[in-house]
Design a protein around this ligand. Sequence first.
Ligand SMILES: *[C@@H]1O[C@H](CO)[C@@H](O)[C@H](O)[C@H]1NC(C)=O
Ligand SMILES: *[C@@H]1O[C@H](CO)[C@@H](O)[C@H](O)[C@H]1NC(C)=O
Length: 452
Amino acid sequence: MRHSQLWVSSLLLLLLAKSQHALRTPEKNDYSVLQTSVFLSPPFFLRPGSVANEFLFNIPFPRGHIALKSFDAEVVDENGVPVPLHETYLHHWVIERYYGEKATQSDHDLSKIILARNSGVCEETLGQYFGLGSETRKTSTWVPEPFGIEVGDPKKIPSGYEERWLLNIHAIDTRGVKDRSGCTECKCSLYNVTVDEFGHPLRKDYIGGLLCCYDKTRCQLRDGFNGAEARKLYLRYTVKWARWDESIVPVKIYIFDVTDTGKVSEGQPSSCKVEYRVDSCAPEVVQDGECLDTRKTSVVIPRGGDIVYGVAHQHSGGLGSALYGQDGRDLCTSVPTYGNGEEAGNEDGYIVGMSTCYPKPGSVKVADGETLTLVSNYSSAQMHTGVMGLFYILVAGPQAPPKSRLLFHDLTLSWREDLREYWWAFLVVGVIAVVIIRMSYSRKNGEGYQSL
Ligand SMILES: *[C@@H]1O[C@H](CO)[C@@H](O)[C@H](O)[C@H]1NC(C)=O
Ligand SMILES: *[C@@H]1O[C@H](CO)[C@@H](O)[C@H](O)[C@H]1NC(C)=O
């Protein structure tokens, strides 16, 4: 090997070692680093008028003992372009945690999986960790500092199992349909459905809701509309997370439902119906412009603490929702934002965002076993079927006051990420610089330059 070659390769090695070292050092404090992972769900296919209600097991998700900091999602097409709600109405997506047998990769046999539910009180339904609908693009899911949703704790995973995630996406393609809002509200007549997915006849008074817009049903198209081909769609989801660390304060997830009638009797599950119907007000009331449907229910929160985040989920027609303490104090009020344009994220007439509550930690407390009141308001100027009145809160249990240190450094992360991605560029620039210096040095000393 020529002298200069040896020289450059040893320098290269040195530089490589150095850059790797620079990358490794901060990992000692990895708990302080916010990670961002972006995933695409498996594809789903929709023709005009058709419905997809997909249950996707073992989806891509960050692994290990981590704190979840946010989960944001939206529907995109094959080219990654966001699809507006007036084309694909996102009825809901929910993400559920479960334990699946290590030996099995497909988890469709529900008797073999163990659902790991949130702390909420609806025992049969609403066990998700995150879930939203049309409002997903403009609703914050951020879990404030120093809190986090703790998952993947190896001590809690039954042996022989591993933690996995299930994504349920319910979407309706409303291109070319006869009655767009009727299709999004799952009116049974538009779907020509009289029996549910399992063949059970529907109750006479059931005129709309999830039982009528199950997977592969089709909403009535406009006369003469030429159905286009099926479109390939994805849910693109962004998870922010950090490796679990003692300085992160865990929070419990509670989801309350305004249709919850409480425990029917001891040992009976709490009955959450998830959806309900808003009947239109009497014509004489319409004239007064006072057509408000107010639903109210009482729910008991088993474990108290500090509320650190709150948000409601409502459908079109929703006017806001609030959660009150036993003494009537306002714990959180969440109101919808309606779009007024065409573009994704601002679709006219749809709820495109829900306001969230971020109380100063310690300022909004609930007690163990406190009875809370949930209120959900809808406009009843017209009938709405299949609406929801859910309220999602994060509660930090009573414990040592959180450390004031800033836990997540988004900025630090971004330059580190840059460094990770472009370390070779630094290296190349370094090597070129060395060669140039070496060249001019050689010239100055009158040595003949030997090409590499
Ligand atoms: C509606 O469903 C019934 C059977 O359930 C079928 O006979 C009828 O053709 C359907 N109508 C339309 C318009 O699809
Ligand atoms: C719901 O409606 C009632 C009137 O029935 C009103 O007092 C309350 O402020 C409303 N709440 C929200 C959150 O919109």
